[in-house]
Design a protein around this ligand. Structure first.
Ligand code: NDP
Length: 497
């Protein structure tokens, strides 16, 4: 496959190699003094672009221009800020195909997915928070004697967003849109594995009217993220990443008493009761384990199936997996792509080996596909027990564990017996059981007879080790702003002496 050949006829495509590594102060910026980052196309293993890590000079310019732009931006009315975000959303939608192709180069996710899930969800966030920006107001609180208090919702200042590699466009927007709506500036550092897409978000925001410096994108590995987090001129850090990185970033942010949002990993349970629709439960398990080749934080990777339904569930799952079309991600008929990198593939393969070694039954998949690229067959283990490594640790790949259960109390206790708490799902046709069980599950984002929906109107985030704070919805406003209370005395000020 050639780079040019992958773009559909008549589509204005973006060059895969960006104009420069960083987008700072309203323009592309290069500093070849930073270490080289190769951008590898996961479907072939080819290096398709190269960028450089941000040097101290680039980081400095990002911080200085970010703070200057924030002061200017915060002076606009919310409606004016919202207009810019909504314009950016429109531009993203117009360029959806080009952005989706770029997302596919960056991540290897099939174009069939990226066309509907990435720039589109990024645009949703820009549109939603653009719409909210004009209504971010304070309160009036009447007090005895005619005194009163008013509150003002103020921006935090300069926010840092640090992204994982699975949804580079979406994460750049999920963090940027609420931050900007509230009057903040943002410096976004994408994962070194997927550095391309966030640059386009920055470029589009400037085109839509955002002041230069308001949304800067700088490249780098963990060290660059670390220096942003520890800089005293940064007021907030929002990370999407693993629990171990989250602990480090949270601790570093605490040193400066900075606000944080932590969107971290999970090992989420999906509970399938005997009375569930097998077809729907299998669909949920497929969505919650194999979409984006399993590289989704909220995936329901522990599928607890009540014993009476187990055989029917596994049989139908195996049949449905015949429908996997694995291959060239740029072919819109492909519905299953490679993992993001050789390193992630190797991690997933090591978990497959552990599953076999610890006695789980490999129902299907488990092997790397022949040929180039980081393809791992969709993998299903049955007869998985709670203490097995594959049932305890986040794999972040296409590996489903099916566990048996008998009763409701038992399965709820087992589902909650984890340090994580990102998501949970229940499949049942018993309405009262669905709500009762969801009420007892320790998770931030829950589903009844569905799995992994994440519309922008809905709070998204985890409890326990899976994170702090919420993205999306009106909840995100509270995480990108702070409240000032102003006491107004209408009479004399009384003092004891
Ligand atoms: P990592 O935790 O490895 O990295 C996340 C980001 O943090 C990367 O940009 C990384 O840079 C950066 N980073 C690493 N170390 C530091 C540091 N000390 N200071 C500042 N920044 C640092 O996660 P992955 O990129 O591997 O993503 C997979 C993980 O993300 C999974 O655990 C998954 O569950 C989670 N995730 C959570 C989501 C949620 O919303 N809850 C959504 C998507 C993923 P670099 O990559 O360059 O090292």
């Amino acid at each position: 496959m050639t780079l040019a050949g992958a773009i559909g006829a008549g589509t204005a495509a973006y060059a895969v190699q960006p104009e420069a590594s960083h987008f700072v102060n309203g323009r592309y910026v290069e500093d070849t003094g930073g270490a080289v980052i190769d951008v590898v196309y996961p479907a072939t293993g080819e290096v398709i672009a190269r960028v450089h890590e941000a040097t101290a000079a680039v980081i400095e310019e990002a911080i200085v221009s970010g703070r200057a732009a924030q002061a200017e931006w915060a002076r606009l009315s919310g409606t004016e800020r919202g207009r810019v975000l909504r314009r950016a959303a429109d531009i993203m939608r117009e360029r959806n195909r080009a952005l989706s192709v770029l997302e596919t180069w960056d991540t290897g996710k099939p174009l069939q997915e990226t066309l509907v899930a990435d720039a589109t969800s990024g645009a949703d966030a820009l549109e939603y928070f653009g719409g909210l920006a004009g209504s971010l107001t304070g309160e009036h609180i009447p007090l005895p004697g005619g005194d009163w208090v008013y509150t003002v919702r103020e921006p935090l200042g300069l926010c840092v967003g640090i992204g994982a590699w699975n949804y580079p466009t979406q994460i750049a927007c999920w963090k940027g849109a609420p931050a900007l709506a509230c009057g903040n500036a943002m410096i976004f550092k994408p994962s070194e594995v997927t550095p391309l897409c966030a640059l386009k978000v920055a470029e589009i925001l400037v085109e839509a009217g955002a002041p230069a410096g308001l949304y800067n994108v700088i490249q780098g590995r963990g060290g660059v993220g670390g220096s942003l987090v520890s800089d005293p001129r940064v007021d907030k850090v929002s990370l999407t990443g693993s629990v171990s990185t989250g602990k480090k970033v949270y601790a570093a942010a605490a040193e400066g008493m900075k606000h944080v949002t932590m969107e971290l990993g999970g090992k989420s349970p999906m509970l399938v009761f005997d009375d569930a629709s097998v077809e729907d439960a299998v669909s949920g398990a497929i969505l919650g384990n194999f979409y984006s080749s399993g590289q989704i934080c909220s995936n329901g990777t522990r599928v607890f199936v009540q014993r009476g339904l187990k055989e029917a569930f596994l049989e139908r799952l195996e049949e449905r997996l015949q429908g996997v079309v694995m291959g060239d991600p740029m072919d819109e008929a492909t519905n299953y792509g490679p993992m993001v990198s050789e390193a992630q593939l190797q991690i997933a393969l090591s978990y497959v080996a552990k599953g076999v070694e610890e006695g789980a039954r490999l129902v299907c998949g488990g092997a790397r596909a022949e040929g180039p690229g980081c393809f791992l067959e969709p993998t299903v283990f049955a007869d998985v027990t709670d203490e097995m490594t594959i049932a305890r640790e986040e794999i972040f790949g296409p590996v489903m564990s099916v566990l048996d259960f008998d009763g409701e109390d038992e399965v709820v206790a087992r589902a909650n017996a984890t340090e994580f708490g990102l998501s949970a799902g229940v499949y049942t046709s018993d309405l009262t059981r669905a709500h009762r069980v969801i009420g007892r599950l320790e998770a931030g984002s829950c589903f009844i007879n569905s799995y992994n929906d994440a519309p922008v109107e809905v709070p998204f985030g985890g409890v326990k080790a899976s994170g702090v704070g919420r993205e999306n919805s009106k909840e995100a406003i509270g995480h990108y702003s702070q409240v000032k209370s102003v006491y107004v005395r209408m009479g004399a000020t009384e003092a004891p002496f």
